[in-house]
Design a protein around this ligand. Structure first.
Ligand SMILES: Cc1ncc(COP(=O)(O)O)c(C=O)c1O
Length: 419
């Protein structure tokens, strides 16, 4: 085949077959019959000094935060109707906040720059006295990955309870941590839940668990904040309206810049009174933005465009999970626990470490180009000495997923051959 044609990579997933100096047919990189064809020569792919192959198709599965704004989002940004949002005069932000409040079944909503700020403002709104306490899981984002802002900036004491592998907290332990009245104790004000649970592998919190936590909170006059950065993934997985999930919490924060694929922004929602106080705290933290319609507009597009696509992301994660599991290469995957778009792989076989696996998937060799039929670089993250994580998202197509599988299977065979 290679003596008759060569295959020229035009990028963005397209290949052109060139015969006798003329471009004959464009082919989609990834269609199975094209792979054999593509094996012959990807003549315009170059190896650079770090050994990485320029011109490779890079499939980035490190996080769902890496998505690019869609054309519709960019157009919406360009034509957004703006006003000064600190004067409450930005019509696009007001529309976004109204739509989100309605979607969550809450009285009001507030646009904030990030999920981290949404969580911090929520904590500061529920816990207004320094030295008060919130209860959260020991693997929660608010505890692990927000620089301890609730303690550092808000003066709130986080009381940690172990997260179980399914992202929940044992309800008896939770109940036991709610403080009684005693001069020695901080005052328990808040329980923080995370849904889906990032560190626990995108787990959807069970509805019966939410009901139970709510009843503990109500009995003890404690509020609940849900870090729902990916709560729409939870609603998609359960196939229920998101309002049915967040009705068990007093407040929720949700990110537009994760699975929904918008470039920036989060929303928080709760009662009118909660949002009025949150607005003051947002301003104090420097999160009062002006003509912020340019950021709210793509978030509005994301609500229309992206929610229906979340189910595909979940399906894609399962395709990869099944492929790795079937390979039986010492990488364990809890298929039952794979609820959404975050796939955690546990490395049981010490001959491959997550770090080596991640590094090798990123690199491209000449030999693999011949076998796979193209230069494919896959990015994912090592998250522990025995764990790696990949996250599917809106910018990844089913063709991409098949390419990822080819690459993973090739790399696993290579590791096996070398041990
Ligand atoms: C569960 C969860 N909460 C909050 C955040 C913080 O969001 P941001 O990066 O917008 O601050 C993240 C980010 O990954 C997250 O996964």
């Amino acid at each position: 085949m290679s003596s008759f044609c060569h295959v020229k990579k035009t990028f963005e997933g397209n290949l052109q077959v060139v015969r006798q100096g003329r471009i004959r047919e464009p082919i989609r990189f990834g269609a199975s019959q094209d792979f054999k064809l593509a094996v012959c020569a990807l003549t315009d792919v170059q190896v650079n000094s770090s050994g990485f192959i320029d011109g490779a198709k890079v499939i980035d599965l490190r996080s769902d935060t890496v998505t690019q704004p869609s054309d519709a989002m960019r157009e919406a940004m360009a034509s957004a109707k703006c006003g000064d949002d600190v004067y409450n005069e930005d019509p696009t932000v007001n529309e976004l906040q109204r739509k989100c409040a309605e979607m969550f079944g809450k009285e009001a909503a507030l646009f904030v720059p990030t999920g981290t700020m949404g969580n911090l403002i929520s904590v500061m709104t529920h816990c207004q006295g320094r030295g008060q306490e919130l209860i959260c899981g020991d693997k929660s984002h608010v505890f692990l990955y927000e620089q301890g802002g609730v303690a550092h900036l808000a003066g709130i004491n986080p009381c940690l309870v172990p997260n179980q592998p399914d992202g929940t907290i044992n309800v008896d332990q939770l109940q036991a941590q709610v403080r009684g009245v005693d001069v020695h104790y901080p005052v328990t004000k808040l329980i923080c839940l995370e849904n889906t649970h990032n560190f626990c592998g995108g787990k959807v919190l069970p509805m019966a668990y939410l009901e139970k936590v709510e009843s503990i909170a109500r009995e003890n006059d404690v509020k609940i904040h849900m870090d729902g950065a990916r709560v729409l993934n939870a609603a998609t997985a359960l196939d229920i309206p998101v309002a049915d999930i967040v009705k068990h919490a007093d407040s929720v924060s949700m990110c537009f810049s994760k699975g929904l694929g918008a470039p920036v922004g989060s929303i928080m929602a709760g009662t009118e009174q909660f949002v009025n106080m949150a607005l003051r705290i947002r301003k104090m933290l420097g999160g009062g933005m002006r003509q912020v319609a340019v950021l709210a507009a793509p978030a509005l597009v994301a609500l229309e465009e992206s929610i229906p696509k979340l189910a595909d992301d979940h399906k894609h994660a399962r395709i990869i999970a099944r492929g790795i599991k079937e390979k039986q290469a010492g990488i364990e995957i809890d298929m039952e626990g794979l609820h959404t778009n975050i796939l955690v792989m546990e490395f049981m076989n010490t001959s491959i470490t997550p770090q080596q696996f991640v590094q090798r998937l990123f690199e491209v060799t000449e030999e693999e180009k011949r076998v796979i039929g193209g230069a494919v670089s896959v990015k994912l993250l090592a998250i522990a000495s025995n764990k790696a994580r990949l996250v599917t998202h809106r910018d990844i197509t089913t063709d991409d997923i098949h390419l990822v599988m080819k690459k993973i299977l090739y790399v696993l065979d290579e590791f096996k051959a070398n041990t």
